[in-house]
Design a protein. Structure first.
Length: 368
């Protein structure tokens, strides 16, 4: 499996993070009804479900089928004061800097048997507690950078002066409690702050954890409505899951899971929704390689050119890239076989400037 995306699952203690993590990775991270039971980040690799792989396998009859994968990291629960070291704050902040995107689990159900670290259920308050801590940590990083720049700015270093202007804009926003991703930075400004690896610049997805009764339809849940509204204001996505049901699905085989979902009136699991939303969040897509030996899915970023896509398979293929032989997934399925697609002129030869499309079934020609 090729793995090139890491999503950090964060949230206040007891919102369902570890339960969800267990469900999607079957990794068995301890989930208990008390704060800080997750001490070290648990990392799990989960296959990305893609029905197109099965269809391609029925055409090529390969010896093996390999899906692409995502990494999920379950990061220790956060409380007020984490940016100053409260709870497991410093560890939390160090681990979250390493992920590509953040999935923040927020509790959208009431249950007197599950304690809430803040004493009541209020998803927006919970989101803002974490947002504040991340803003404070970023503020500290920006202040340190500005201190280091001071001497260069005094000496008239043009690049340092430009960086100072951007950093002061970021610092003002963070001081008001506004995450950097909401400041409307242009690409040039983002480039200036990129190496600081700011926590509040990371793409974020809100995962609304609901009870079993609302797993199939949470449209009547006022907590979920508020989370969706909040997320929309910053251009973030919202995924509704029931961590408890996902944990049950994880114990079933594929056929049983399908029946279970149908009985609940659900077409897909929360995991499928979470992966799709994560793909969208990070601008990712899938291409395939297919033959008698294997049918395999590969994840690349949108707008990736053919040679760089080839490099996902092996650096030698990128280095010696000649051209790519490509047929679109839909064209291949409509034709019924690679030979029929070729006869219809649907197999194309593409060069170094070709931008890969989602579902491209590709054979790379190269010479090293």
């Amino acid at each position: 499996m090729s793995t090139n995306l890491e999503v950090g699952i964060v949230g206040l203690p007891n919102v369902g993070k570890s339960t969800l993590f267990n469900a999607i990775t079957k990794a068995g991270a301890e989930a208990a009804n008390y704060p800080f039971c997750t001490i070290e980040p648990n990392v799990g690799v989960v296959e990305v479900p893609d029905s197109r792989l099965d269809v391609l396998a029925s055409i090529y009859k390969p010896k093996r089928v390999l899906p692409t994968a995502m990494r999920f990291v379950d990061i220790a629960g956060l409380v007020k004061g984490a940016s100053t070291g409260e709870g497991l704050g410093n560890k939390f902040l160090a681990h979250i800097r390493e992920v590509d995107a953040i999935a923040q689990v927020v509790r959208c159900f009431a249950d007197s048997n599950v304690t809430h670290v803040e004493g009541s259920v209020d998803p927006i308050r919970d989101i803002e507690i974490i947002s504040t801590e991340l803003c404070l940590a970023d503020l500290e990083a920006v202040e340190r950078r500005l201190e280091r720049l001071a001497r260069m700015v005094k000496s008239g270093d043009k690049k340092a002066v430009q960086e100072k202007v951007v950093l002061e804009k970021v610092m003002a926003g963070l001081g008001d409690g506004t995450p950097v991703r909401r400041l409307g930075l242009d690409e040039e400004e983002r480039e200036v702050v990129r190496e600081l690896n700011l926590l509040t610049l990371k793409p974020t997805l809100y995962v609304a954890n609901v009870n079993e009764e609302e797993a199939a339809d949470a449209s009547g849940n006022p907590y979920v409505a508020r989370v969706r509204e909040y997320a929309a204001q910053e251009g973030a996505g919202t995924v509704v899951v029931c961590a408890k049901i996902e944990a049950e699905i994880a114990e079933l085989d594929a056929a049983e899971a399908k029946d279970f979902l149908e009985a609940l009136g659900m077409q897909e699991s929360g995991l499928d929704r979470l992966i799709r939303a994560s793909y969208e969040l990070l601008g990712l897509m899938t291409f395939f390689t297919a033959g008698e030996q294997e049918v395999r899915a590969w994840t690349i970023r949108n707008n990736t050119k053919a040679p760089q896509a080839a490099g996902k398979i092996h650096t030698d293929i990128e280095r010696g890239f000649i051209r790519a032989e490509i047929v679109g997934y839909n064209d291949l399925i409509a034709a019924g076989s690679p030979a029929a697609a070729k006869e219809k002129g649907q197999v194309r030869l593409e060069g170094k400037e070709y931008i890969m499309q989602d579902g491209d079934v590709t054979y790379f020609r190269f010479n090293v």
